[in-house]
Design a protein around this ligand. Sequence first.
Ligand code: GDP
Ligand code: IMO
Ligand code: MG
Length: 427
Amino acid sequence: MSTLAVIGAQWGDEGKGKVVDVIAREAKVVARFSGGNNAGHTLVIGDKKIITHLVPSGCAYPGTLCVLGAGMVVDCDVLREELDALERQGLMQSGELRVSYEAHLILPYHRELDGLREDARRDAKIGTTRRGVGPAYEAKAARRGIKVRDLFNPELLRSRLELNRGVLAPEFERLGGGRGVDVEAVMSQADQWRSWLEPAVCDVGALVHQAVVDGLPVLFEGAQGALLDVDHGTYPFVTSTSTIAGAACSGLGIGPTLIDGVWGISKAYATRVGAGPFPTRVDGAAGDAIRRAGAEFGATTGRPRDCGWLDLPALRYAARLNGLTGLCVTKLDVLAGLANVAICVGYRDGVEPGRDGLEAAVPVYESISGWDDPALRGRLEAARRLADLPVPVRAYLDRVAEAVGVPITLVSVGPDREQTIVVTTPF
Ligand code: GDP
Ligand code: IMO
Ligand code: MG
């Protein structure tokens, strides 16, 4: 296998950054294909903690090309800040970045609109990250978006900005103003973005295709998670893009036959941040205990994540949507020491994710014994082979793999790169 897609199999924040950092050791190209800086991916390498938002999480290896595909939306200020920080830490050189000239830009008025719209929704908020991601994709679908390539054609850029100013002015006025589309301000920022971005901009599809043809190991890095997918997730409480493995093809400009395998990442429990259905959410003290043990606060917005038990029907659904060939289970250490661990094995009345939606789902739980031993966490954190895992933990993994119908390929027992059991070699 020379290419592998890695995607979130829940509601995001499954530990994709950590897993990608581990398996990118062998990769030559790591490519993001959808989303923007609504993503927040955490890498822990010894005493270093890095959070990537736009740069792929394979950035911490010298010589690995980090690629941003056409399906992404790019906030140039955020990208520059991220790259500068990675360079300062000696983790990445700017020459290792490639950005598709077809990717769309997140501009200041997209960010402003995202915030104003959320505020106006009062009790019906989506709970977006307010990074302008939705409005940028909306402009793309409406065929008035602004692409990276437009930075190199100032006349066209100006006319597109003026078009957007005209379209959006009534909405800005209705929502209480703000700066709106400030054409001159964007034009002058564009001069700066153009000059530092130019060396990185290229035909990303051609680059990735050639790398695969040359037999190089290529990793496709997903953002968000299957249940946040705009078509198949808990609509309208979703992000604005396709987050599933199939999007790696359209989001990079390569054919489906180039993807050899797909690994889905799932926590050993479940979390969600933002509004929308979450059938296995645990409220009160028990939910707080999971949040505390797992440090469940958003890597992008710092918001507390809702926590709950692993949802097998939702995971099976994600396995189908993505054609998973492997399952990576993260944060097993977090369950260690909890008094009553449960797992959702189905929903009442035949409700299924995707068919009836999850709004009405009433979970059926099985309780899982053997996790309450206080010594378990230390043993888990120290495990480096499957054989090191305590019996109840192995039984849990077997149960999940069997129910989802996908083999476990990687297990994570702590945030650090080293706290990982790679069961199957990725490439
Ligand atoms: P992503 O968006 O999928 O990359 O995930 P995030 O980085 O947003 O959130 C995952 C969080 O869990 C981060 O704080 C990681 O450092 C942390 N993490 C990842 N794997 C593990 C693990 O196995 N155990 C523990 N305790 N933390 C983990
Ligand atoms: P990573 O890649 C978790 C959620 C937001 C909100 C909805 C729409 O770190 O797993 P948006 O800003 O995209 O318009 O928000 O999607 N969301 C995420 N939740 N992890 C993410 O990314 C997310 N990206 C978006 O909380 O509910
Ligand atoms: Mg995240």
